[in-house]
Design a binder for this molecule. Structure first.
Ligand SMILES: [Zn+2]
Length: 777
C-alpha cells in the first residue's frame, strides 16, 4: 500500500464531510445590534432615545479678491446623553483640502494597467499638480471659552478635540468660540462638494458655493459614541440638529442663497425685489426676483462696499450658502398640509434657458412627490443653485450642475437629452436629500447607502411622476443587471470609504432593491406603509441600518431577513434557470382509458430504423401464408381484457365518492426544476401558457427556496396542458441571465455585424506626402 502524507489524508477527510447548509433564511438577529432602550427590536426609537444638540451663531466674511472665507462662531453644545463628556470632537472638513491630507496621501490606483490603459484626462493630471500646491484647510485662529480663555485642543487631521475644563454632565450645555479662515478651493480643479467657479473668459466673475466651511460638532450617539472617523472623501457627514443664526458679509452687489430664512431683506434687497418675492409666495409659476438683465448689469460692476445678509434656520444639521453677482433668482411658493415652502433657484445666465424653465418646478415637484412617501417638507425654503458642484445637498439648499452649451462661433445655445434629464434628476435627487439624510439623519460617514440608496429610490418614484417614460438611470431592476454580475463588488453593508463602484453600490443597488421589495416582494400598499413608518419614526432622529431593516419588517408584517441578507450583506445576484419539466396526469384506473393512453404513448415513440427500412421491402411469411396468423396477431399488450374490467369495477366499488371524483378531475401536473445560479434567493414569477392559448401569472414567494437554496422542484397544476413557461416575464427581479428563464428554451436573437477589412492602414509614404493644413486658432 502506498502511504499518503498526513496532509493529503486531512484533505481527503474534509472532502467527505457534508457541505454546510447555506441558510439563506437564517435570521439576522445575530448580525444586528442587540435592541436597547434607545433602539427597539421593532426598529423604532426606544423610550430612552436621546440625541445631542448644537446651536450655532456664526459671522463670516467672503474675501472675494483672495477667494477666502474668514469666520467666527459660538457653538452651544447640549449634552442630552446620559454620559459625562470630558472632551468634545469637532469636524474640520476643510482639512481634506490640505496638500498633506489623508485624502491626498491614500489616493491609489486599482492597477498599473488601469492607470496606463485609456489614458489620463487633463483634469486628473491638473489635480495632481494643483492639489500639491494649494494652501487649503482651516487656519484656526482661536478656540476659547465664552470669557475668552483659550481651551486646550488637539487637531488630528480632519478632527479637533476640545478638552473641557470641567467634564460636561448629562443635561448640561457648554458654549465656546472658534475663529478661523480658509482659502476656497476651485471646484473643478480641487474641490469636492463646494468651492468656487471662475468665469475668466466671460465676465471675470466668480461664483462661490460654500459648504463644510465652519468647524462643526461631530456626532455623538448611543450606537457609536463619537463619530470621529476621519473625513477622507467619500463618507460624508453626520451632524447634530440645532438652530443657526448666521451673518454673511459679501460684496454689496452679490446675491446670497443660504440655508434658512433671510432676516434682513430690507437691508440687502431692493424694493422691487422684495415686492417680487412677496408675489412669488402665491404665484402659480416661478416669479423672477433678480432678472437676467439685472444679473448681467451686476456682472459688469465691482462693488467696493460690503453688505451683510442674515439668515436663521431652526432644527437643521448643517448650513451652506452660495454667493455671486452673477445670480439670476426666481422663486415660487408651495403650500399644502404641513408644508409651506418657498422654492427658489439661483443661477448664472450660462444656465439659461434650462434653469429658468426647470429648476424651481423640479424643486416643487420633488416636495410634492416625497411628501407622499415620507413626511411633509417642514422647512420654509428649498433652494437649487447652479454652479461648479455637480450635485450636493445641504439643509434647504443644494448645488446642482448642468447647463446648455454655447456654440463658440454662432453663439447658439443647445443642450442634449442627457443634460436636460440629468439636470432634472440631479435637482430631484439633491432636493430629495432634505428628507434623507438632512431630516432622517443617518450616519453618512458610516453608511453611504442609507441616504443615497433610499434617496435614489425616492428619486426614481419622483422621476416617474414627472413624465411618461422618464429616462431614469437607477431604480428599474433591469438596469442593475450588469452591475450585479460584475466582479470587484462589495456588499452594500460596507463602510462608505471602502465601497467600490460607489454609484452602483450605494445608489443604484439599494434603490433597485427597494423597488424590487415594493413591486415584487411586498406589494405597494405594504411597502409604502412600512417605508413611511420608517421616515416618520426617524425624522429629526438618527437611524442605523438595523432600525431600517427592523421597521420595514415590523410595519409590513413580513420576515425580510432573507432579503436584507441577500441584497445588503452579500454580492450574490439573481439568476434563476428553468432546468427541467415533466408532466403528469392522474390515472383514471379505467382500463379502456388507461390502455388506450399507454398505446398512444407507445405510438409516439419513433419507429426503429430496421422497421422503417423493412417496411414494404421485406416480404413476410405470414403475409404469403395467412393461415399462420392467430389471436396474438390481432391483440397486443394494449388490448383490454374482461379481467381488467372486473378488477376496475371491484376497485371502484371500494372507493368513496370523493376518491372517485378525484380520478375524473383531469388535472395536469407539472414538476418544474428551478436552479439558483446567482445565489440570491428571489420570488418566482411564472408566466404560464396553456394549450388553448390562455396565459396567467403565478407569483411564488422567495421562501420556496427555504430547504434548498440551489435547486428546487415546484409542482404546478393546470386544467389543460401547459405549452410554455417563463420565469420573471417582466424582468422585475434583476435576473442577470434571461436566456435560461423559459421552457421551451427560446433562441436569443442577436445581430452579427460584418465589416470591410481595411488595407494599407499604416502607410508612412502616403501620410508623409499629405498636404499640411493651416491651423485655425
Ligand atoms: Zn446623493
Amino acid at each position: 500500500m502506498k502511504r499518503l502524507p498526513l496532509i493529503a489524508l486531512l484533505v481527503l477527510a474534509s472532502a467527505t464531510h457534508a457541505q454546510a447548509f447555506d441558510d439563506k433564511f437564517r435570521q439576522l438577529d445575530e448580525l444586528l445590534p442587540t435592541p436597547s432602550d434607545t433602539r427597539t427590536a421593532s426598529g423604532a426609537p426606544g423610550h430612552a432615545y436621546w440625541q445631542q444638540r448644537a446651536d450655532y451663531r456664526i459671522r463670516a466674511t467672503l474675501d472675494e479678491a483672495r477667494r477666502a472665507v474668514t469666520g467666527s462662531e459660538t457653538i452651544t453644545y447640549h449634552n442630552d446623553s446620559p454620559d459625562t463628556l470630558a472632551y468634545l470632537w469637532v469636524q474640520l472638513d476643510q482639512n481634506m483640502f490640505r496638500a498633506d491630507s489623508d485624502n491626498r496621501r491614500i489616493a491609489s490606483h486599482p492597477s498599473r494597467d488601469a492607470w496606463r490603459s485609456g489614458g489620463t484626462p487633463f483634469e486628473s493630471a491638473r489635480f495632481l499638480v494643483e492639489s500639491a500646491k494649494f494652501d487649503g484647510g482651516f487656519k484656526i485662529a482661536s478656540v476659547t471659552d465664552r470669557s475668552g480663555h483659550p481651551l486646550r485642543t488637539a487637531i488630528n487631521k480632519t478632527m479637533m478635540r476640545i478638552d473641557l475644563a470641567e467634564p460636561l454632565k448629562p443635561g448640561a450645555r457648554v458654549a465656546f468660540d472658534i475663529a478661523w479662515r480658509f482659502n476656497v478651493p476651485e471646484t473643478t480643479v480641487l474641490g469636492r462638494r463646494m468651492g468656487f467657479e471662475r468665469f475668466d473668459k466671460e465676465d471675470k466673475n466668480d461664483l462661490f458655493e460654500i459648504a463644510q466651511w465652519f468647524p462643526r460638532m461631530a456626532a455623538y450617539y448611543d450606537a457609536h459614541g463619537w463619530q470621529n472617523k476621519q473625513y477622507v472623501g467619500d463618507g460624508e457627514f453626520t451632524l447634530e440638529f440645532g438652530d443657526y443664526d448666521v451673518e454673511l458679509t459679501v460684496p454689496a452687489d452679490h446675491i446670497v442663497a443660504a440655508t434658512g430664512e433671510l432676516q434682513n431683506a430690507g437691508a440687502v434687497l431692493t424694493a422691487a425685489q422684495r415686492e417680487r418675492l412677496a408675489r412669488a409666495r402665491t404665484a402659480d409659476k416661478p416669479v423672477v426676483i433678480v432678472t437676467q438683465q439685472e444679473a448681467e448689469a451686476n456682472e459688469k460692476q465691482r462693488a467696493t462696499t460690503m453688505k451683510t445678509w442674515r439668515f436663521k434656520a431652526s432644527n437643521v444639521r448643517d448650513f451652506a450658502w452660495a454667493s455671486s453677482r452673477k445670480f439670476i433668482w426666481d422663486a415660487q411658493g408651495f403650500r399644502k398640509d404641513g408644508t409651506n415652502v418657498l422654492a427658489m433657484s439661483f443661477y448664472p445666465k450660462e444656465g439659461n434657458p434650462l434653469w429658468e424653465r426647470y429648476s424651481t418646478q423640479a424643486i416643487i415637484h420633488t416636495i410634492v412627490e416625497y411628501n407622499k412617501y415620507a413626511f411633509d417638507y417642514p422647512y420654509p425654503v428649498a433652494i437649487s443653485v447652479n454652479g461648479p458642484v455637480g450635485g450636493m445637498e445641504y439643509p434647504m439648499i443644494s448645488f446642482n450642475g448642468g447647463r446648455p452649451v454655447k456654440d463658440k462661433k454662432t453663439g447658439e445655445l443647445t443642450y442634449s437629452k442627457n443634460t436636460k434629464y440629468g439636470l432634472l434628476s440631479v435637482i430631484i435627487h439633491e432636493v430629495g436629500h432634505n428628507y434623507f439624510p438632512m431630516i432622517v439623519n443617518s450616519d453618512e460617514r458610516q453608511w453611504t447607502w442609507m441616504d443615497e440608496g433610499l434617496n435614489s429610490f425616492m428619486q426614481f418614484l419622483a422621476e416617474q411622476a414627472w413624465e411618461d417614460h422618464y429616462p431614469s438611470r437607477r431604480g428599474e431592476a433591469r438596469n442593475i443587471v450588469d452591475y450585479m454580475k460584475s466582479r470587484n463588488q462589495v456588499p452594500v453593508m460596507t463602510n462608505s470609504e471602502s465601497v467600490t463602484q460607489r454609484g452602483n453600490n450605494a445608489y443604484a443597488k439599494p434603490a433597485t432593491a427597494l423597488n424590487v421589495l415594493r413591486e415584487t416582494v411586498l406589494g405597494r400598499d405594504l411597502f409604502d406603509f412600512a417605508f413611511r413608518a420608517y421616515a416618520q419614526r426617524w425624522k429629526f432622529k438618527r437611524p442605523t441600518p438595523a432600525d431600517f431593516f427592523r421597521t420595514m419588517e415590523d410595519a409590513s408584517g413580513t420576515d425580510l431577513d432573507w432579503f436584507w441578507r441577500g441584497w445588503f450583506y452579500t454580492t450574490d445576484h439573481v439568476d434563476v434557470s428553468v432546468d427541467g419539466i415533466s408532466e403528469y396526469t392522474v390515472g383514471t384506473k379505467d382500463p379502456e382509458i388507461e390502455k388506450a393512453w399507454k398505446k398512444a404513448q407507445h405510438d409516439l415513440e419513433p419507429v426503429s430504423v430496421t422497421d422503417q427500412r423493412n417496411q414494404g421491402t421485406l416480404p413476410r411469411r405470414v403475409d404469403s401464408h395467412p393461415e399462420l396468423k392467430d389471436f396474438y396477431n390481432e391483440h397486443d399488450a394494449f388490448t383490454v381484457t374482461n379481467r381488467d374490467r372486473n378488477k376496475y369495477n371491484e376497485a371502484l366499488g371500494d372507493l368513496d365518492d370523493w376518491e372517485r371524483n378525484l380520478l375524473k378531475e383531469g388535472k395536469h401536473l407539472y414538476l418544474v426544476d428551478f436552479g439558483n445560479v446567482g445565489g440570491l434567493v428571489t420570488p418566482l414569477i411564472l408566466d404560464i401558457t396553456l394549450a388553448s392559448g390562455k396565459t396567467y401569472v403565478e407569483r411564488i414567494p422567495a421562501e420556496v427556496w427555504r430547504y434548498n437554496p440551489k435547486k428546487i422542484t415546484k409542482l404546478i397544476v393546470t386544467d389543460e396542458p401547459m405549452v410554455a413557461l417563463t420565469q420573471d416575464p417582466n424582468w422585475e427581479t434583476a435576473d442577470t441571465d434571461t436566456s435560461n428563464n423559459s421552457w421551451p428554451r427560446k433562441a436569443v436573437p442577436s445581430r452579427l455585424e460584418l465589416y470591410k477589412t481595411e488595407r494599407d492602414k499604416d502607410n508612412l509614404m502616403r501620410d508623409f506626402n499629405e498636404k499640411l493644413k493651416k491651423v485655425d486658432k
